[in-house]
Design a protein around this ligand. Structure first.
Ligand code: 6PG
Length: 241
């Protein structure tokens, strides 16, 4: 199991988005075959998505990438809280990713049925390694409670759930989510956490230092068992690490 990781720190949120967009473009252009990307949601990736649409529209062969989500909310695809809507509006449709390369969670459908359907889509579309579907690029965010994807601290069983996807429940809002589970996330070739803001600094430090409290944070248990783990941070999030 790989317990090592690399950390890249940018001076602020804008620079982080610029640095990460460059990293992603370099990675994309090094791929020699159709490559799969699992996107995270939330607010952090927004600026990154915008930069892809403006600065990298013509610098990446978008038809060589397949886009999935590490998690999405169980809301319709035109709902303001849809991670799919955010990515599609900000860059996927802007840069012309073929619709057939976009595999969204059908948030409008029954969560349990969709978790099964999405699992099957992923298993049928991606290669298998270690008995699990393998993503080439897994983008993860981290909440200020240490959650990642939609694996929350009160649902740690999702870290070991053998299904490819499962239904999660947001601990505050009760909103249902479909999320990749820990084993599939950890089976990715490349896992990158993109985390910004001083409100995340304490958790980032705890997770990177693997202190006693970190055991309770799902992000701690994301280890690239089958590849590389990277953290892209701004100075705010990195300040205590
Ligand atoms: C989601 C995300 C989630 C997110 C973190 C960080 O669906 O909300 O996938 O895991 O990455 O909550 O969110 P922010 O970027 O908004 O802080």
């Amino acid at each position: 199991m790989s317990t090592s990781f690399q950390v890249h720190t940018s001076k602020d949120k804008e620079q982080l988005a610029q640095d990460f967009a460059r990293y992603f473009a370099d990675w994309a252009n090094q791929q020699t075959k159709l490559a799969s990307v699992a996107l995270s949601g939330g607010s952090t990736p927004k600026r990154f998505f915008e930069i892809l649409a403006t600065d990298y529209r013509d610098k990446i062969d978008w038809s060589s990438l397949l886009f999935f989500w590490g998690d999405d909310r169980c809301v319709p695809p035109d709902h303001e809280e849809s991670n799919y809507k955010m990515a599609n509006d900000l860059f996927l449709k802007q840069v012309g990713v073929p619709v057939s390369n976009i595999f969204r969670v059908r948030g409008e459908d029954d969560p349990a049925a969709e978790a099964i359907r999405y699992s099957e889509i992923i298993e049928q579309t991606l290669p298998t390694e270690n008995g699990l579907p393998v993503f080439d690029f897994m983008l993860q965010g981290m909440g200020d409670d240490g959650h990642t994807a939609s694996i929350f601290p009160d649902q740690m069983e999702l870290l070991t759930n053998p299904a490819t996807c499962a239904v999660a429940t947001h601990p505050v809002s009760g909103q249902k989510r479909v999320t990749l589970t820990g084993p599939v996330i950890n089976n990715a070739k490349l896992i990158v956490f993109l985390v910004a803001g001083e409100n995340k600094a304490a958790k980032v430090a705890s997770v990177l230092q693997k202190d006693a409290e970190s055991e309770a944070y799902p992000a701690t248990h994301i280890q690239a068992n089958n590849g590389e783990l990277l953290w892209y941070l701004d100075q705010g999030a990195a300040q205590l690490a």
